[in-house]
Write a protein that binds this ligand. Sequence first.
Ligand SMILES: [Zn+2]
Length: 311
Amino acid sequence: MQNIDKAAVQSFLYRQIEEWDTAKNNYEALKRVKVKEFDLGGAIVKVQFNPARIVSSAAKVDTKSLKERKCFLCEANRPAVQEGLEWGDYTILVNPFPIFPKHLTIPANEHIQQLISGRIADMMRLAKVLEDYVVFYNGPKCGASAPDHMHFQAGNTGFMPVGEWLHSAKRLNIMHCGDGRLCLIEKGMPQSCFVIEASSVESGSRIFDRLYSALTIPEGEPEPMLNILCIYYAGVWNLLVFPRKKHRPDCYFKEGDDNILISPASVDMGGVFITPLEKDFEKIKAADLQNIYDEVCLSLSEVKTIADKIK
Ligand SMILES: [Zn+2]
């Protein structure tokens, strides 16, 4: 596997932003996006008004629409100006529609379905390679705008409030395995989730497999609905697993004033909601955000029921 270090990723990112007009314009525009903050029971949550993200928030991800469009993650369909850094079976790309000041997309080299099973070790290794980034995974029905092409994304650390939440969150121990443990967050975050802490890829991926097998796979779907954030720092991985029960909240489909175009994915789980439409940014309230978490995420008692199956 090619050895990629921090400096190589940094210079690649800056070079692409310089050379590629779409990326340049969108990264420039990102510096001027409006951001609001809300307090959800002590957890600070941000809302970012980001018009360029309409391509993702309103993406049609049904089978027919996917078949009719050219996959933008396949090398053959990428613009000539877009370069990649090879990393094993994946390629590191600059995301031209950023949410983070540094935003990467890491597709598999092969056009293969978005599924996390068998790839959590890749995700952990990638988080170590991209040490200043949080690596994240959106399930095919949980925010991925290319569910037909396996990919991770990564955004610079210090941007999503979830890092702060974790400092004060109350963790409940579920089980240990090797140098790792599985916990669930009981308090301190606006939604419930699992956290895997591990000092090795082996322990982390074994715990993930145990958790994964305890999650329900909806009928007709290839995997449990979930978002995953992976952070590597000082020799320890933290994998945050957010089981989901809904793809898009009701407000996404409502007409008129009740409509809010938010299609929650990992970044929203990490505490940054993206509104591509200004009308939503202006009217949104803390209660709307809490409702979205309550609607698309599992409740604490539902998460505890899953934990009981693992113990
Ligand atoms: Zn593809």
